[in-house]
Design a protein around this ligand. Structure first.
Ligand SMILES: [Fe+2]
Ligand SMILES: [Fe+2]
Length: 303
């Protein structure tokens, strides 16, 4: 669904099937002068030079077109300099064509840090999201669709998500088959997020989505379209499997920050929103997490 802004209720949470370590309390800020500047040459080493922390730069809704060639390279260079990992929250292309995906892949070819992404609804518009994902994977992007990856000791679970509304207003699976199918898609995406999160055993975890899992970060959009911007069904796995932070896009005119009901920070990183709220800063959000200790080498120090 393409929206002007570009833009049933759930069962109670069950106890976790296994206890996971509580993730770090995340701090995420818009990129900008409030941060220590990255040292010169940091991008060449694939990091920001801060030994004790890992930095993640997150942005969504790039909406790359066939005319975008060359336009994102300075932006990506800034992100590489500021962060150790780049996170992309869907709507990477405007119409989901292979031509657009190739333009983005070429822009990303110059990125020197790991890139993890989910697709958005625009990446499905031409009916070939698999081709968009294949092209991006060819450029080294880890495209998550209900999967999890571990980057430098931090777990990242990602899926596109879906819509359907929030809280008591969420659409329920009742009546016509079309309504039931619509709700089933939201449930399916919710299960994909849950299964991805359940695979992670890292102390710190991040969730990547395109659609918004809470109503807080769509506030600012016309209330009439809230149900098409996300659904609180996506919030349930985030309660069962706590994460350090959640990033999403899609709501271009929403709010930059919110929290899940259990206090997990949620960041809307749609590029148009970041540009609007933080016009003086690069349009990505920085998340800082403690850098996990490197695993001990077998036999090291045992002589
Ligand atoms: Fe978008
Ligand atoms: Fe979108």
């Amino acid at each position: 669904m393409s929206l002007p802004s570009e833009p049933g209720h759930s069962a109670a949470s069950q106890p976790p099937q296994h206890q996971q370590q509580q993730p770090s309390q995340a701090s995420a800020q818009p990129a900008g002068p409030s941060h220590q500047p990255a040292p010169q040459g940091a991008a060449a080493t694939g990091g920001n030079g801060h030994a004790g922390v890992l930095r993640f730069a997150a942005v969504g809704d790039l909406h790359v077109t066939k005319d975008s060639a060359g336009q994102l390279r300075p932006f990506f260079a800034q992100a590489c300099e500021a962060a150790d990992v780049l996170l992309l929250c869907g709507d990477l292309t405007d119409y989901g064509t292979s031509e657009e995906a190739k333009v983005l892949a070429e822009e990303l070819a110059h990125v020197s840090v790991p890139v993890v992404a989910v697709l958005g609804n625009h990446d499905y518009e031409s009916g070939q999201p698999e081709e968009v994902a294949r092209i991006l994977k060819g450029a080294g992007v880890r495209v998550l669709d209900g999967e999890a990856v571990e980057i430098m000791g931090v777990g990242i679970a990602g899926t596109k998500g879906f819509c359907g509304g929030y809280g008591r207003g969420a659409l329920g699976p009742w009546g016509e088959q079309a309504i039931k199918s619509f709700v089933q898609e939201a449930l399916h995406e919710t299960l994909k997020l849950e299964s991805a999160l359940a695979k992670l055993r890292t102390p710190d975890r991040i969730a990547l989505l395109h659609y918004a899992p809470i109503v807080g970060t769509v506030q600012g959009e016309p209330v009439e379209i809230f149900p098409f911007l996300g659904t609180s069904r996506l919030e349930e796995p985030l309660i069962r499997y706590p994460v350090s932070a959640v990033f999403h896009g899609h709501a271009h005119r929403g709010s930059p920050e919110g929290k899940t009901v259990n206090g997990t920070p949620v960041f809307n990183v749609a590029m148009p929103l970041l540009r609007h709220h933080y016009p003086q800063q690069p349009a990505f959000r920085l998340l800082e997490l403690p850098r996990p200790a490197a695993p001990a080498q077998p036999g090291a120090g045992a002589h």
